[in-house]
Ligand binder design. Structure first.
Ligand code: AMP
Length: 181
């Protein structure tokens, strides 16, 4: 687990609880020498995360589509910044570079990214771990929705193995230490 792809919010208008979580995750990645792969923005939780990893001496690879470079203020101080033609190319490049996916709280973009890597895993397109960071119970309503979809027969087989839920960064850090190569 040397390349962690993190999906998270591009918004700055969120509770400090989530900003602290992004910072804490950044410090863990920096301390453990794990490379961050992310969406390349300098704003929101994405910006906090990238800046913290860089500040801790870590490596950060950003991947951003060309039409979002201005809107999401592409980070100019990363170890590497890849600019893709489309959102789909961005998503594929981040997924190819990742050994594992970690999902912090976020909005529609984060939800899209999460459900996409979940769907790809269900279809055996990849078999990489997906870790949901359930800070302050943020993802509880979504987990409830997944359980409802499952109960109504809309999942294709057992779905609980698709992702793992962590309630705090400490639990995730222990897992990173265990599986680091
Ligand atoms: P959000 O969670 O809405 O703040 O978005 C977080 C990141 O997800 C941003 O960098 C978005 O550009 C990105 N994203 C990825 N796929 C999509 C999509 N299909 N629609 C909107 N945003 C997306």
């Amino acid at each position: 687990m040397n390349n962690i792809c993190v999906f998270c919010s591009a918004s700055d208008q969120v509770d400090p609880l989530y900003k602290k979580a992004a910072e804490a995750l950044g410090n863990v990645l920096g301390a453990e020498g794990v490379r961050l792969i992310y969406g390349g923005a300098s704003i929101g939780l994405m910006g906090i995360l990238a800046n913290t990893v860089l500040g801790a001496g870590g490596e950060v690879i950003g991947v951003i589509p060309e039409n979002l470079q201005q809107r999401e203020l592409a980070h100019q101080g990363l170890s590497e910044l890849h600019v893709t033609k489309t959102m789909q190319e961005r998503q594929k490049m981040m997924a190819d570079l990742a050994d594992v996916f970690v999902i912090l709280p976020g909005g529609l973009g984060t939800l899209t990214e999460l459900t996409e890597v979940m769907t790809w895993k269900q279809l055996n397109i990849h078999d990489k771990p997906i870790f949901l960071l359930n800070i302050g119970g943020f993802w509880d309503p979504l987990l409830k929705t997944f359980a409802h979809m499952d109960k109504q027969g809309f999942f294709h087989g057992e779905y609980s193995h698709i992702f793992e839920v962590f309630d705090d960064i400490e639990a995730l850090q222990a897992c990173i230490i265990q599986t680091k190569t």
